[in-house]
Design a protein around this ligand. Structure first.
Ligand code: PXG
Length: 298
């Protein structure tokens, strides 16, 4: 079936080679494994296109620059490799994980012994939230775990060190909800563990600005543009849990989640407790956009 793969038949790109997944291995001395020293991108393919491929590659290279990691490929070569990995897996719709680590070094913290970065790419199926969640919305909680401060590890760096978010995700799991909201150190709404957050109040759409310390989400930016094109006032503005609890609508954006309504936060019902009309419109606009945008897999 198109886009579906039997697990062990996957072809993985790793350091210049395309290998069967059983043969695609990295060293136990890789600093990505030893220290979370590396970066990644989660990318979707829709309808034979790598959605926002350029934006994902640009973000990867910006993160690499921030952590002084040299990617041993040009942006064009990364784009070709993403296309080739999809082609070799016969993937037209799915999820692509692109990872660059500091590479193989010794047991010391210093990356000086890591002479060349490890690059790998997996093109796979995606596990989505259940369809009914897109219609009915989902409950979330606020995690006690605060989002990393930008002065510690800037959340704009999509690094392999996701413990901050995983600890919050564990709290979501314990509470029996799919996602957790993370606040900044100062208690301002930041983002969820793998999604950006938006609220709507009296027809105006608000989302936290990047400088509070969040990932500069590609779905976030796409939705901001689509909303503005539809004539909505979108403001990147700080807000608190109070504003969130009293919003008319709330939704999350992310490569995996797309646009998904939040209908309760910490057991406060948001708006009418359903996927609201503006969220519905934005989801439809987003899904239409995924069909036409991106690097063609050919
Ligand atoms: N914030 C954080 C912290 C993220 O990790 C997003 C926002 C959304 O960004 P994009 O560019 O995708 O619109 C992410 C996305 C998952 C998962 O399984 C999500 C992400 C990474 C790994 C897994 O939901 N990142």
């Amino acid at each position: 079936m198109k886009g579906l793969l039997i697990m062990a038949d996957r072809i993985i790109y790793i350091d210049g080679e395309y290998l069967n997944e059983n043969d695609a291995k990295i060293s136990v001395f890789d600093h990505g494994v030893l220290y979370g020293d590396g970066i990644f991108e989660g990318i979707r393919a829709y309808n034979g296109r790598i959605f926002k491929g350029k934006e994902h590659i640009d973000r990867l290279f910006s993160a690499a620059k921030a952590i002084m990691l040299e990617i041993p490929l040009t942006k064009e070569e990364v784009a070709q490799m993403l296309v080739e990995t999809c082609k070799r897996n016969n993937l037209t719709d799915g999820y692509i994980r692109l990872v660059v680590t500091r590479g193989k070094g010794d047991l010391g913290l210093s990356p000086t012994k890591c002479t060349v970065a490890t690059v790998f790419c997996i093109a796979a199926n995606i596990t989505l939230y259940p369809e009914e969640m897109y219609e009915k919305g989902m409950p979330i909680i606020t995690a006690s775990q605060r989002r990393n401060k930008a002065t510690i590890i800037d959340p704009q760096i999509k690094s392999l060190n996701y413990l901050n978010n995983i600890l919050a995700k564990i709290q979501a799991n314990q509470a029996g909800v799919p996602e957790a909201l993370m606040l900044t150190h100062d208690g301002i709404v930041a983002e969820c563990t793998g999604d950006n957050i938006f609220i709507i109040k009296e027809g105006i759409i608000f989302t936290p600005p990047i400088h509070v310390g969040i990932l500069d989400g590609i779905t976030r930016n796409t939705v901001i543009k689509l909303a503005r094109d539809l004539g909505y006032d979108v403001q990147e503005k700080e807000f608190t849990q109070y504003n969130l609890y009293n919003a008319d609508e709330c939704f999350l954006t992310g490569t995996a989640a797309e646009v998904i309504a939040v209908t309760s936060v910490d057991e406060r019902i948001i708006g009418a407790g359903i996927c609201g009309p503006i969220t519905k419109k934005l989801l439809a606009a987003f899904q239409a956009h995924t069909k036409i945008d991106g690097i063609e897999i050919k």
